[in-house]
Design a protein around this ligand. Structure first.
Ligand code: NAP
Ligand code: MG
Length: 501
């Protein structure tokens, strides 16, 4: 009996896993030109569950050509209200296939089922519907000036908002379906066409989504999905001279490569990159809410989360109480396969990722931080690591400076420093993605939030994400914003037209 049987996987998910996974190019499912395959694993069992095509430069070429053709074809002439309806239909398809998509996401990525369901419902479906409703609201302005010496009333300038063109979307493995939707929804609402390159470790829900795209009536070539390796398919897409924009979510290291790859044709680039976000807890914070909030901020998705609040700065008067509370929560997580409903803490994505996180845990100990709990690998099978907490951390330690992307919480104390001094410590990082402030003093909350150099700060909660709230990084956490109106804006370009009469 394999794990697939023991876990009571639905027939639908099993059939999908066992089917042949192809590239989706120009509305057709195709083999890769290399004939090579990439194995896909369940990170909770280390079992191979599928294999996908390893897309090549040639496959990327075909996909970009299809997207270029589609940009000026039927898609360009679909009225914006109908474009919105198509996105709503795609959303309906996700709702109709909600259960199998959630299962596949757990099997591929390892996240707990409840989290997969929550994210697909409240981010996936909502994002598509949110951007669907934007499609007919995209419009320009009229500008009342008289250029070139024209008399008042003798000229009119108006602007139009046009789709930016062919978009290459390169996404990571930590929330695979949501990232695919986060790229596609605003791009399609804006009228762009897309080539999507999912992460090699988690390609399955994007491919399933491809079948839903086919059903939803989106014209062929508008969305193309090429699975493959970052250094081949990803690199070919980033360098392609006929791609107008790359939207990338992933590591800062690869983000920098994307920027250099974009130089040839100066394609537009938006980057959502890493983070090392601060969580600042004042002595008047409501610990009943703060303790679970701090635990979730770090351990959500086993810490493989760009917004994770991994550096806690807590007032010395409540340090011990906070540490004890968060430790008790960390120890209460049920570690195991995400498809078993009682488990709420899954594996890391891969053996490499587990090795990387264990290396940081060992460094934390050798650099003199105090290990409060966790620090060990768990189970014989699957890439599990216990939720881990360090205290007595200083800003110089590697665990405090570098993005670990695993379940490791670093706690530092402060005493009666000014808000500016606390901010200086919190901002001493190359990243600037998220952060939170926990206090019952409204004035401290707002002042502290203003001093944190991040694209997103939350007060008495952490990482408040919503389709309508702009999200993105300062410093080396990225370029541009996703979600909300600003997210849509990055898929549009403005054309100004002046008429003299
Ligand atoms: P990654 O290694 O940067 O990979 C991201 C994507 O880029 C994958 O599809 C990858 O393909 C591809 N890629 C790799 N090398 C490439 C190259 N030379 N040219 C073009 N594409 C290339 O990141 P990851 O390890 O998957 O994800 C973790 C990182 O993502 C963390 O740093 C995390 O903070 C960040 N992240 C940021 C956000 C945000 O919104 N700011 C959200 C989630 C995650 P392969 O799959 O084949 O490697
Ligand atoms: Mg996998």
């Amino acid at each position: 009996m394999t794990n697939k049987d023991k876990l009571k996987i639905s027939e639908e998910a099993k059939n999908f896993l066992e089917s042949e996974h192809l590239l989706f190019i120009d509305g057709e499912w195709k083999q890769s030109s290399s004939g090579e395959k990439i194995p896909v694993f369940d990170p909770a069992t280390e079992e191979k569950i599928a294999e996908v095509q390893s897309g090549t430069t040639k496959d990327i070429d075909l996909a970009v050509n299809a997207a270029r053709e589609a940009l000026s074809g039927e898609w360009a002439n679909i009225p914006s209200h109908d474009r919105a309806q198509i996105l709503h239909r795609l959303s309906d398809e996700i709702e109709a296939n909600f259960s199998v998509l959630s299962e596949l996401e757990v099997l591929d990525n390892g996240m707990p089922l409840e989290l997969a369901q929550y994210s697909i419902a409240s981010h996936g479906v909502t994002l598509l519907r949110y951007y669907a409703s934007w499609a007919p609201k995209i419009h320009g302005k009229t500008i009342p000036v008289s250029p070139g010496g024209a008399m008042n009333g003798e000229s009119l300038t108006y602007t139009k908002r046009e789709p930016i063109g062919v978009v290459g979307a390169i996404i990571p493995w930590n929330s695979p379906l949501i990232f695919a939707i986060l790229k596609l929804a605003p791009a399609l609402a804006a009228g762009c066409t897309v080539v999507l390159k999912p992460a090699e470790l988690t390609p399955l829900t994007a491919l399933y989504f491809g079948h839903l795209i086919e059903k939803s009536g989106i014209p062929k070539g508008v969305v193309n999905i090429v699975t493959g390796l970052g250094e081949t398919a990803g690199d070919a897409l980033a360098k392609h001279n006929d791609v107008d924009k790359i939207t990338f979510t992933g590591s800062t290291e690869v983000g920098k490569k994307i920027v250099s790859s974009s130089i040839n044709n100066l394609k537009k680039v938006t980057l959502e990159l890493g983070g090392k976000s601060p969580v600042i807890v004042f002595d008047d914070a409501d610990l009943e809410k703060t303790i679970p909030g701090v635990a979730r901020a770090c351990f959500f998705l086993q810490g493989q989360n760009c917004m994770a609040g991994t550096r806690v700065f807590v007032h010395e008067d409540i340090h011990d109480e906070l540490v004890a509370g968060v430790k008790s929560m960390a120890e209460s997580f049920q570690i195991g396969h995400g498809l078993i409903q009682t488990n709420d803490f899954g594996p890391l994505i891969s053996g490499d990722q587990r090795k990387r996180v264990m290396k940081y845990i060992k460094q934390g100990i050798s650099e003199g931080a105090t290990l409060v709990c966790g620090g060990n690998e768990v189970n014989d099978r699957g890439y599990f690591i216990e939720p881990t907490i360090f205290t007595d951390v200083t800003g110089e330690m590697s665990i405090a400076k570098e993005e670990i992307f695993g379940p490791v919480l670093c706690i530092e104390k402060f005493s009666n420093e000014s808000l500016e001094e606390i901010a200086k410590r919190a901002n001493k990082t190359t990243y600037g993605l998220s952060g939170s402030v926990w206090t019952n003093d409204i004035s401290t909350g707002h002042k502290m939030a203003a001093l944190i150099d991040s694209g997103q700060v939350s007060i008495n909660c952490h990482a408040a994400v919503d389709s309508a709230i702009p999200f993105g990084g300062n410093k080396q956490s990225g370029w541009g914003r996703e979600f909300g109106e600003e997210g849509l804006d990055s898929y549009l370009k403005t054309k100004a037209t002046t008429v003299m009469y």
